[in-house]
Design a protein around this ligand. Structure first.
Ligand SMILES: NC(=O)c1ccc[n+]([C@@H]2O[C@H](COP(=O)([O-])OP(=O)(O)OC[C@H]3O[C@@H](n4cnc5c(N)ncnc54)[C@H](OP(=O)(O)O)[C@@H]3O)[C@@H](O)[C@H]2O)c1
Ligand SMILES: [Zn+2]
Ligand SMILES: [Zn+2]
Length: 351
């Protein structure tokens, strides 16, 4: 075991603050990574503040962070995929049982025994896992990803959650050229969804509550932008979408978006507000529409997404911050005041 620097929250109303944590020494199959950048996902904020207490209560102290990019510093003797000096990424999962049908299908995100990167029982050290707001992490090589060398590292970190969480449902629901795709909410996930849907060749429409994001949305790859609070603008598109990805982090009316779908259209919710969202059944019945959810993505698909982003030179638009500004960043995230992802420069933690 060794000591690592980190930032943790001591309770649901406590700020995230400097601390020291214990990491395991790399076992035979482990990769030790010096963390260079870690994105700030809205899930970090939900969890630090225990907003998901009914589903997955937060255990304190909580070290968030699951959009991790860094450099390998050492590897266990059985490791074959990585060597010291390689770039490496870690997303929302660090382990699973590897034997269940989901794992065998490469869908570790559905494994009943998966271990999330933070706030989950740590099989090695006891207690809970600690995430990427830290100077290093030790992860089994099966859950470590290769980062394409051409990508900017600060912007690549958010691909490990925002990238895969939007890529996976779009692939599952057949987003391709010729499809009309909506993205609800232009935040960290939403802006990656726009970039990826555009790269997949779809006609992309952004639904935003922030009229001041219109120019950005177009630059990111949107063909049309709708201010969702404008009923007339919404009405023009009723019944016309093949697929909509909803990335909103707070309570909102999803029926307005269900009505945007054509026959057999699907809306997938990736945003995770803590309260239930009412669904009008008639909106589903009339056009055989469906509502789904989707969690992150499996390890093979995460690598596929990273390679896709490498080939298309796609990264998140990031505002790089020192870790000392993380609490301020959370307040700004709540106000949708970031273009479009905070990425923590972990050199600030080492300094
Ligand atoms: N399913 C998964 O596996 C998964 C993975 C990662 C994150 N998540 C969840 O996805 C959600 C989004 O995460 P994020 O990091 O992208 O957050 P974010 O950067 O804060 O973006 C959320 C966006 O939602 C819109 N929004 C916020 N409050 C709203 C409201 N009251 N009404 C309507 N729209 C509102 C805003 O877009 P506009 O300004 O454009 O309206 C905002 O930019 C979070 O709940 C997060 O926990 C889920
Ligand atoms: Zn996330
Ligand atoms: Zn499994």
């Amino acid at each position: 075991m060794y000591k690592a620097k980190a930032y943790s929250a001591a309770g649901e109303t406590a700020p995230v603050a400097s601390t020291t944590i214990t990491r395991r020494d790399p076992t035979d199959h482990d990769v030790q990574i010096e963390i260079l950048f870690c994105g700030i996902c809205h899930s970090d904020l939900h969890q630090v503040r225990n907003e998901w207490k009914n589903v997955m209560p937060t255990v304190y102290p909580c070290v968030p962070g699951h959009e991790i990019v860094g450099r390998v510093t050492s590897v266990g003797k059985a490791v074959t995929k990585f060597k010291p000096g390689d770039l490496a990424g870690v997303g929302c999962m660090v382990d699973s049982d590897r034997t269940c049908p989901e794992c065998q299908a490469g869908l570790e995100q559905f494994c009943p025994n998966s271990t999330l990167t933070y706030n989950m029982p740590d099989k090695h050290l006891g207690g809970v896992t600690y995430g990427g707001y830290s100077d290093s992490i030790v992860v089994d090589e099966r859950f470590v990803l290769h980062i394409p060398a051409n990508l900017n590292l600060a912007g690549a970190a958010p691909l490990l959650c925002a990238g895969i969480t939007t890529y996976s449902p779009m692939r599952h629901w057949g987003v391709t050229k010729g499809k009309k795709v909506g993205v609800v909410g232009l935040g960290g996930l939403g802006h990656m969804a726009v970039k990826i849907a555009h790269a997949l060749g779809a006609h992309v429409v952004v639904f935003t509550t922030s009229p001041n994001k219109k120019d950005d949305a177009r630059r990111l790859g949107a063909d049309e932008i709708i201010v969702s609070r404008n009923a007339d603008e919404m009405q023009k598109h009723a019944g016309s979408f093949d697929f909509i990805l909803d990335s909103v982090s707070a309570e909102h009316d999803i029926n307005a978006f269900i009505n945007m779908l054509r026959r057999d259209g699907n809306i997938t919710l990736v945003g995770a507000p803590d309260k239930p969202l009412p669904v009008s059944v008639f909106g589903l019945i009339f056009k055989r529409r469906s509502v789904s959810g989707s969690p992150i993505g499996g390890i093979p698909e995460t690598q596929e997404m990273l390679d896709f982003c490498g080939a298309h030179n796609l990264t998140a638009d990031v505002e790089v911050i020192p870790i000392q500004k993380v609490n301020e960043a959370y307040e700004r995230l709540l106000k949708s005041d970031v273009k479009y992802r905070f990425s923590i420069d972990m050199a600030s933690l080492r300094a």
